[in-house]
Design a protein around this ligand. Structure first.
Ligand code: SF4
Length: 684
């Protein structure tokens, strides 16, 4: 809907400056330029609030460094070429690779910088149409771990109903910086009387607001969760009826939990018995209105999935599954699927990660990016020769950056669709200009509120293709046009919505979103959960059949289990700041004004011991490599002694992924150990 005045117009859409998709209104001037962003007043996601990243969508869209012409790499550098020529050449080279090595030797990688879910749908569709099982995304090292951990127990990831909760439990997340709309809901819940427990080894923004702050040693959250389970069961503080009727594996759970006495928990996590008891008491008193959120602070360890499973058990034990103020099970809108999973099943094709992570494949249908780098470099299990990336920058965001760069440089064909020249784009054979989210239209469902919204194009730039146009044009050149029959994204939107009874026109009349199903609770009493048994699975036969533990047993994280004496500090990387999203935004002046550069946080005692002060430069060195950072000396209660936290997403010598390594993954998901990395700190 375009509410036009004589000079300006206001286009309602969703923000994609981070993954939270708040409703915004974009002001467009009489020349058709986007000039400002404001909150859309009454969308259920953000209720008229936006964060300080949203306004910079305009800076991104109008940035002088934007890539607006296709580029081809030549012996003398980049040269501009016509879009149609670029697409012809790319199609020719894809065809050649396909003929020589088979379609599986090609991969598609969906990033975060340009779009919403439909972007993923197009990328997956193209990959299937091509005949390759190798769809990749950043989700295989952020998000999938939490999705899988919860889905193993409940068939999906229950969404915390913060506003109606009586106890809010946040594990390893700092929503004021990472997910502002979640923070709005948490603060609303607290204003409604909920108690807030934050589990975080750092004194983050949300931790400062907690009624109870619990600071386990990084990576030991699983032991804490098992201690809670033990305390709840030992006191009879669990929902016996729900457990008896709706769950499997309670006996195995109780048996294993019994090991986690307060003394064991304290020895492993550093959390004292009184704190454990206080936590369990708060959960018990609030049950079933326990709203729990797990952030990526927990999943980036080699014990990530089992830790998340242990934490997830608390929802079932407290009877808070799908009750008001608990863990809501959203119902989806029956949109058509772009995935082609049924139409093109690709039987018998091994993924290039050698099918090492069947659980990741079963739950998310994607190939693990970490192992993909090994496959490119070794040709094992087969050669991977070509890749198309859209809005992803793995050369900066994946662990072990030098290896990622070597692998991507090894490809016969690398095509990158991007807004700006990134470290990954530098390695490409072709760079194609990508449309920002303000230049695209998609249907998007906000699952917790069960609303559907249309994102609207605020403007277009001649010569810059949107996601659909790109995949459409390439698919038609490669003989797969039948799978991309629609003229444009608007036609795709109409096709997707067709079975729902909601039309694009109707949706456009409701920029605040349309509720597609009223919220209902306790749906598990009407129909089975989406687990193999249809019940809550404390114990998973499925996981056992894949060679893993039936219940989410605790294993100490790598740095505790395998100390490296030459590297006495423990690195946690990637705590979010209030500006920047992953590696994006480092060319936005308003962000640089707020946070001009990288830093590594040190405990004051460690700073004294190392002989460094605020602003001094240190080298962070692991067995994998080194990076150089200015020091930020924290207050004594802000970070634990012996642990350092370094920002991520910065380039060159301050790229923390020169330090992180990729050879100690979580065995279930393949997630890399991005946190809990043994390092040495040396003054420069
Ligand atoms: S949290 Fe901020 S950046 Fe993220 S979608 Fe909402 S307004 Fe945009």
């Amino acid at each position: 809907m375009d509410q036009a005045t004589s000079k300006t117009s206001f286009i309602p859409t969703l923000c994609r400056m981070c993954g939270d998709r708040c409703a915004i209104t974009v002001e467009r001037d009489s020349a058709g330029r986007a000039v400002s962003v404001d909150a859309f007043p009454n969308h259920p996601r953000n209720r008229g609030r936006i964060c300080n990243k949203a306004g910079a969508a305009i800076d991104v869209a109008n940035h002088p460094e934007r890539i607006l012409k296709p580029l081809r790499k030549t012996d003398v550098g980049w040269c501009e070429i016509e879009l149609q020529t670029a697409l012809d050449e790319i199609a020719e080279r894809i065809d050649s690779i396909r003929e020589r090595h088979g379609a599986k030797s090609l991969a598609v990688w969906k990033g975060e910088a340009v779009g919403f879910n439909q972007q993923e749908g197009y990328a997956r569709r193209f990959c299937r149409a091509l005949g390759s099982p190798n769809y990749l995304s950043n989700d295989s090292m952020c998000f999938c771990g939490r999705y899988i951990g919860h889905s193993l127990v409940y068939g999906t990831w229950p969404q915390a109903d913060f506003r109606n909760a009586q106890c809010i439990l946040v594990w390893g997340s700092n929503p004021p910086a990472s997910h502002p709309p979640i923070n709005y809901a948490i603060m609303d819940g607290c204003a409604n009387g909920a108690k807030l427990i934050v589990v975080d080894p750092r004194l983050s923004t949300i931790a400062r607001q907690a009624d109870l702050l619990v600071a386990p040693r990084p990576g030991t959250d699983g032991a804490l969760a098992w201690g809670l389970i033990n305390t709840l069961i030992a006191n009879g503080w669990y929902d016996r009826d729900f457990v008896a009727d709706q769950t499997l594996g309670f006996d195995a759970l109780a048996d294993y939990a019994a090991k986690f006495t307060p003394a064991v928990v304290e020895g492993e996590t550093g959390v004292e018995a009184e704190t454990l008891q206080a936590m369990a008491t708060m959960i018990h008193q609030a049950a079933p209105r326990l709203a729990q959120y797990v952030g990526c602070g927990v999943e980036l360890y080699d014990n990530g999935i089992d830790t998340i499973r242990a934490i997830a058990y608390l929802i079932g034990l407290s009877g808070s599954l799908d009750v008001k103020g608990g863990g809501f099970l959203p119902e989806s809108l029956e949109l058509r699927s772009l995935m082609l999973e049924d139409e093109i099943p690709l039987p018998g094709l091994t993924r290039v990660d050698n099918d090492k992570y069947p659980v990741l494949h079963d739950f998310r249908g994607e190939t693990q990016t970490i192992d993909t780098m090994n496959a490119i470099l070794t040709g094992d299990p087969y050669p991977l020769k070509g890749m198309i990336l859209t809005g992803a920058n793995p050369a900066l965001t994946n662990p072990n950056s030098p290896k990622v760069e070597r692998a991507l440089a090894e490809l016969e064909l690398l095509v990158v669709r991007e807004l700006f020249m990134t470290d990954t784009a530098e390695l490409a054979d072709y760079i194609l200009p990508a449309a920002s989210f303000l230049e695209r239209s998609e249907v998007f469902c906000h699952s917790p509120s069960q609303t559907v919204t249309l994102t609207n194009r605020a403007f277009t730039i001649p010569g810059v293709q949107d996601e659909y146009d790109f995949w459409h044009d390439l698919a038609h050149r490669l003989g797969h046009g039948e799978y991309f029959p629609w003229q444009d994204e608007d036609e795709v939107n109409a096709w997707l919505l067709e079975p729902t009874g909601i039309s694009v026109k109707e949706l456009a009349r409701h920029p605040e979103g349309m509720t597609y199903k009223p919220l209902r609770y306790k749906k598990w009493s009407e129909r089975p959960l989406a687990t193999p048994s249809g019940k809550v699975e404390f114990a998973s036969e499925y996981l056992q059949s894949k060679g893993h533990s039936e219940i989410g047993k605790y294993r100490p994280p790598y740095y505790i289990a395998t100390p490296e004496p030459d590297f006495p500090f423990v690195l946690i990387s990637g705590a979010r700041k209030a500006v920047y999203c992953h590696s994006r935004g480092r060319n936005i002046p308003r962000f640089l004004d707020i946070l001009p550069g990288p830093s590594v946080e040190l405990h004051p005692d460690d700073a004294v011991h190392l002989g460094v002060a605020e602003g001094d430069r240190v080298v962070i060195r692991s067995r994998n490599g080194q990076a150089e950072f200015p020091v930020e000396v924290m207050a004594a209660n802000e970070i634990m002694p012996g642990y350092v936290q370094a920002t991520h997403g910065w380039k060159a010598a301050a790229n923390i992924n020169l330090v992180t390594f990729d050879d100690k993954p979580d065995p279930i998901s393949g997630f890399p150990t991005m946190r809990g990395v043994p390092v040495r700190i040396e003054k420069v």
